[in-house]
Design a protein around this ligand. Structure first.
Ligand code: KIV
Length: 283
């Protein structure tokens, strides 16, 4: 089994030009599959609100949801670097809230790092969390928690003015102490520039190749999330179809009594006659 990565390993990978492959997971089995496959990192994203809990967005997700799912993922992937996603409202009101909630991720769920969305506007919270000794990931570009302000789940930094704001955000986050940065749904030209400009690892979800690695949402890549598929997703499987077909086959087997078969039942040990006598007592 591969050794669990540390932040220093991730920095070394950047130095060597080795790309990090990571995925979201929200529960024990998916985390275990990711670890068995050799994933470099796992994000327990607040996308769990959409992918697992059936909300329209990430805003309703609570700290309790995140902690509970992070715990399950840690149990499934004890030897993988895990990032816990701080949910909407858990770091916005005050620096003290931000540090308190970031600490909960480490103390209660045993994650290795936390991620929060936003640039300059959260730099004070990032600094306080990093000052508490916690590994922090920044996340800019398409930030789902503020998709209301962005007018929906839309690509960012497509124009010079908005790209400039993202460059300023990236610089402010690095200065505030983020240990790595995630860019979501921005053009590769901007990704390449930010990756060259910063010294920390920069990762992409829908931000193209020129950076230090790629994240993808497990529900999207496996074909489990059916509400919509972002442009930047490559589907590696169609689990929804596989599961629906298995369920249909099971329903058919039950209706036609093809299931359970003899090999699926427990056989009596005392004689048939003894059992008949037993049943007769109750007739
Ligand atoms: O919650 C999540 O999965 C995320 C990704 C969209 C980056 O934050």
């Amino acid at each position: 089994m591969a050794k669990k990565k540390s932040i220093l390993d991730l920095y070394n990978m950047k130095k060597k030009g080795e790309k990090a492959a990571w995925v979201t997971a929200y529960d024990y089995p998916m985390a275990s599959f990711a670890e068995q496959a050799g994933m470099d990192m796992i994000l327990v994203g607040d996308s769990l609100g959409m992918v697992v809990l059936g909300y329209d967005g990430t805003v309703p997700v609570t700290m309790e949801d995140c902690i509970s799912h992070c715990k399950a993922v840690r149990r499934g992937a004890p030897n993988t670097f895990i990032i816990g996603d701080m949910p909407f409202g858990s770091y916005h009101a005050s620096i003290s809230d931000a540090v308190h909630n970031a600490c909960r991720f480490l103390k209660e769920a045993g994650v290795d790092a936390v991620k929060l969305e936003g640039g300059i506007r959260v730099a004070d919270k990032v600094k306080a969390i990093a000052d508490a000794g916690i590994v922090v990931m920044g996340h800019i570009g398409l930030t789902p928690q503020s998709s209301g302000q962005l007018g929906g789940f839309k690509a960012q930094g497509l124009y010079v003015d908005s790209a400039r704001l993202l460059i300023e955000d990236a610089l402010a986050l690095e200065k505030a102490g983020v240990h790595f940065l995630l860019l979501e749904a921005v053009p590769p030209e901007l990704t390449g520039f930010i990756t060259r400009k910063l010294t920390i690892p920069v990762y992409s979800i829908g931000a193209g190749l020129p950076c230090d690695g790629q994240l993808i949402i497990c529900g999207d890549m496996l074909g489990m999330f059916q509400a919509f598929t972002p442009k930047f997703v490559k589907k590696y499987s169609n689990v929804a179809e596989i599961v629906i077909n298995a369920f249909k086959e099971y329903i058919d087997d039950v209706k036609t009594q093809k299931f359970p078969e003899d090999k699926h039942v427990y056989h009596i040990i005392d004689s048939k006659e003894d059992f008949e006598n037993l049943f007769a007592e109750y007739e």
